[in-house]
Design a protein around this ligand. Structure first.
Ligand SMILES: [Zn+2]
Length: 508
């Protein structure tokens, strides 16, 4: 009797799922898990037959919200990535994931089940499938892909998962498209695009280097691509410091180098806009509105506002109540955006005083009047707090907590430090902060590119990389993104434009 009961139970387990099947061996499990970026919340690999994604593949599909859109997009993606058009049959799911962007994959006994909370969850499931799928062996060309037997349950750790990407004069539109597509592939859902003297304003072309490629037409093309990938593309314009539109170390100034007649718009050294000049405020407002329109009126606009080191240095600014000037100006631009249904994001550092002992060891570049300025600003300003160092012992990240205590939405903004990503990610989850805006600056190539993308993906999904073959995993993912464009030239592949320095045609 007992033996019959055990047999019956084993049979029942086979019917309801694969969870009781023997686990896949350690070596294969490690290889498969290493490919998943970000690592999902749970991955259960079992030792069953592979699921071949050919014409006979059966796909069960359930989506808690956006059912029709998600099903259409899933069918299109299957065709594009795996070359098959399976019938999507309704899945009899007991518990479809509910959290936005969450998904579940069950691959067992020749059939595949995808359960998603929404269109974002379905997209994320497909991304995971692409990272898992391997071409069937033994042929010259791909005939079909296959999946290992597994169950994956996954959900993001925060709602806003952003990456801040710079468009330098050296970048091409295809490079920027690769960065955006890769962010989407790693399940981020927002990209802030900051032009470095590259946005070709139709009203103020003098704000871009001659021949810049970030035209309104190009922006619209990228916004459409991003939107199809579930990524909100957010414009940035620095309306306080960084007015040179160039790295400070380069000594370049996108406006003053070629247009000396426009000097009154800037403080005498040129790094910060002259905010007491009404001409400056009008120009900036026009550009902000133009960019917001070009980006398709997104819900956010990043106004920069960091490192205004020569602020208030001209004869008018230095003889006035400068804090009031800055407050009035920021409130004016905030108002122009609010009228368009858009929230303004700013970097945090000018809003905490450099001399305040509370922020010792943290980034703080503001004047003694920072707190008065902060208190006078609209409370829906999103404060992007950039702290690039590793966490200290018993780290509390006091500036982020301070802005939260003042009633502002706060985003944590790490750059490259792995421990910083981990610690700030945990803080966002514990404190219920608005999310993460991961930064990249001028390091988006080579191994730095892999590290930033891996860390951003894992911190925003609250998991740790499985590890193993990391460089190769990354370059395969970058290659897959290239197939989607598709890239056609040497410079648009890999993590560097070229393998040798670009100018080697000199005698030895
Ligand atoms: Zn001034």
């Amino acid at each position: 009797m007992r033996r019959r009961m055990i047999l019956w139970m084993a049979g029942a387990c086979c019917v309801v799922g694969v969870s009781r099947a023997a686990p896949l061996n350690e070596a294969e499990s490690r290889l498969i898990k290493a490919r998943l970026v970000p690592a999902p919340q749970t991955v259960t690999l079992t030792d069953g037959p592979d699921i071949v994604m050919d014409a006979s593949l059966e796909v069960m599909f359930a989506c808690a919200r956006d059912q029709q859109v998600a099903a259409e997009q899933t069918a299109e993606t299957f065709k594009a990535w795996f070359g098959v058009s399976p019938d999507l049959k309704p899945a009899k799911a007991a518990q479809v994931p509910q959290k936005p962007d969450a998904y579940r994959i069950i691959a067992a006994r020749g059939s595949l089940t995808i359960e998603a909370a929404d269109a974002g969850g379905a997209r994320n499931a497909l991304r995971t499938l692409r990272q898992l799928a391997e071409p069937v062996r033994g042929t010259r060309e791909v005939k079909a892909y296959f999946l290992p037997e597994l169950v994956i349950d996954d959900a993001p750790a925060m709602a806003f998962r952003g990456m801040h990407i710079c468009w330098f004069p050296e970048n091409t539109p295809v490079q920027i498209e690769r960065y955006i597509r890769l962010a989407a592939y790693y399940k981020l859902n927002a990209v802030v695009l900051e032009p470095w003297g590259t946005f070709v304003s139709e009203k103020h072309p003098e704000l871009a280097w001659p021949g810049s490629s970030m035209t309104v037409q190009e922006v619209r093309r990228l916004v459409k691509i991003a939107s199809g990938l579930g990524v909100t593309l957010i414009p940035q314009f620095n309306l306080f410091g960084h007015a040179a539109g160039s790295r400070v170390g380069s000594g370049k100034h996108v406006v003053m180098d070629l247009h000396p007649e426009l000097q009154p718009l800037f403080e005498p050294f040129g790094w910060t806009w002259c905010l007491s000049n009404p001409e400056t405020a009008s120009l900036i407002e026009e550009v902000v509105v133009e960019m917001h329109e070009a980006f398709g009126r997104p819900p956010y606009f990043h106004a920069g506002c960091d490192e205004a080191e020569d602020m208030g240095t001209c004869a008018v600014c230095r003889r006035t109540d400068y804090t009031a000037v800055v407050q009035k100006f920021l409130t004016r631009i905030h108002g122009a955006l609010a009228a368009r249904g858009c929230k303004m994001m700013v970097w945090h550092d000018m809003l905490v005083s450099a001399g305040d002992k509370r922020w010792k060891g943290y980034v703080a570049n503001g004047s003694a009047q920072s707190e008065a300025l902060l208190d006078a600003l609209p409370k829906d300003l999103i404060i992007c707090d950039w702290q690039y160092d590793a966490p200290k012992k018993n780290e509390t990240w006091p500036t982020l907590r301070y802005f939260k205590s003042k009633g502002f939405p706060v985003m944590a903004c790490p750059w490259e430090n792995a421990a910083g990503y981990r610690s700030l990610g945990a803080l966002v989850r514990q404190e219920g902060l608005a999310g993460m805006l991961c930064t990249t600056w001028h390091h988006l190539y080579g191994s730095g590119m892999q590290q930033i993308y891996f860390r951003a993906a894992h911190a925003t999904w609250g998991t740790e990389p499985a590890g193993g073959h990391e460089n190769l995993v990354f370059t395969q993912h970058l290659r897959q993104v290239g197939w989607d464009i598709p890239v056609k030239v040497y410079e648009d592949t890999g993590t560097y434009n070229t393998q040798l320095p670009e100018k080697t045609a000199t005698p030895r």
